[in-house]
Ligand binder design. Structure first.
Ligand SMILES: Nc1ncnc2c1ncn2[C@@H]1O[C@H](COP(=O)(O)OP(=O)(O)OP(=O)(O)O)[C@@H](O)[C@H]1O
Ligand SMILES: [Mg+2]
Length: 308
């Protein structure tokens, strides 16, 4: 994979506060990349530097071949930014917001108008073209911000906590939009507080805290690194006596009526012994469910804190 974003030794100090403490990170072309971390971790600062809004104290960041410190104007042409809080021009109509923004980038009027229509269509806002930006719902405003960020066809799209404050339906709709943009090959960098979002959406996730990178991998690899045990829940056809079971590969069990919950280091060893136990006692297995160690458990073990 070609590197689209290269971050090396990046530091940002605000007075007494070290917001970024020597961050090294490479993000590949076409990746949907997630920055995950608790409040004050340095996520927005990282996005701020990469999008030329914040000056680094030291270190380098290169986005789409442009050093953001040395060539901010060049870098800005390569990137689109969706801010944490939607900030459309509320005095303009939805379509005008996009056409107006295009003129900042010197895009000719006819082309701006063509792109506006295409983006409104892609983001499900065609019927809102002549509405006041103010009249949009939170989710629609967020989608307008994405359309605006894409009007100059940037190589990299940055989104800072794009789904904060959205209801579950609007959040899922936004996930679909991001997946579609990802499918078109655009590099996307987003920050999030939500484990599930990082897990469902991102190719790779960086866990940051106190300005440092704590872990970097695909969600499934990160989860595999999570400490703790897999929980295997087996539902039988009738209740069992409520007493602990001693089974190979199982650390301990809890019995509740027909449900046996087994804790195991390795599910592959525990599942067969649970099944043969049930069979030997004449129970039929109705259901079996595995809960793996999660990003959440890894996060807590790395940072000592919960995410939100
Ligand atoms: N303009 C600023 N002046 C002083 N300190 C700042 C400034 N911006 C950020 N900080 C501090 O830098 C640290 C990192 O902040 P940052 O906003 O990057 O974190 P974040 O991960 O985005 O947090 P959140 O999840 O709350 O958005 C925090 O301690 C914050 O208080
Ligand atoms: Mg932030």
């Amino acid at each position: 994979m070609r590197t689209e974003i290269h971050i090396s030794g990046l530091r940002k100090v605000y007075g007494q506060v070290t917001a970024l403490d020597g961050l090294d990170l490479d993000i590949g072309e076409g990746e949907l990349f997630g920055l995950l971390g608790p409040n004050g971790a340095g996520k927005t600062t990282t996005i701020g530097i990469l999008t030329t809004r914040v000056l680094a104290t030291s270190g380098t960041a290169v986005v789409a071949g442009r050093d953001v410190g040395k060539d901010p104007v060049g870098a800005r042409r390569m990137i689109g930014v969706v801010p944490q809080r939607p900030n459309p021009d509320r005095s303009l109509l939805v379509g005008e917001n996009l056409v107006f923004h295009a003129t900042y980038f010197g895009i000719p009027r006819a082309e701006a108008s063509r792109r506006t229509d295409a983006l409104l269509e892609q983001l499900g806002l065609t019927d809102k073209k002549k509405a006041k930006a103010d009249a949009l719902s939170g989710g629609q405003q967020q989608r307008l911000m994405i359309a605006r960020a894409l009007i100059h066809e940037p190589r990299v799209l940055f989104l800072d906590e794009p789904t904060v404050g959205l209801d579950p339906q609007a959040r899922l709709a936004l996930w679909d939009v991001l997946r579609e943009l990802h499918g078109q090959g655009r590099t996307i960098v987003m920050t999030t507080h939500y484990m599930e979002e990082a897990d469902q959406l991102c190719d790779r996730v960086a866990i940051v805290d106190r300005g440092k990178l704590l872990a970097l991998d695909t969600p499934s690899e990160l989860k595999a690194k999570a400490p703790g045990e897999t929980i295997i829940e087996v539902t039988l056809d009738r209740p069992l006596p409520d007493e602990p079971l001693s089974l190979a590969g199982v650390t301990r069990t809890e019995v509740r009526g027909p449900v046996v919950r087994a804790f195991a280091e390795r599910a592959a060893a525990a599942v067969p012994s649970l099944l043969s136990f049930a069979e030997s006692r004449g129970y039929a297995v109705k259901d079996i469910h595995l809960s793996k160690p999660s990003l959440e458990t890894l996060f807590i073990s790395l940072t000592g804190r919960k995410l939100a």
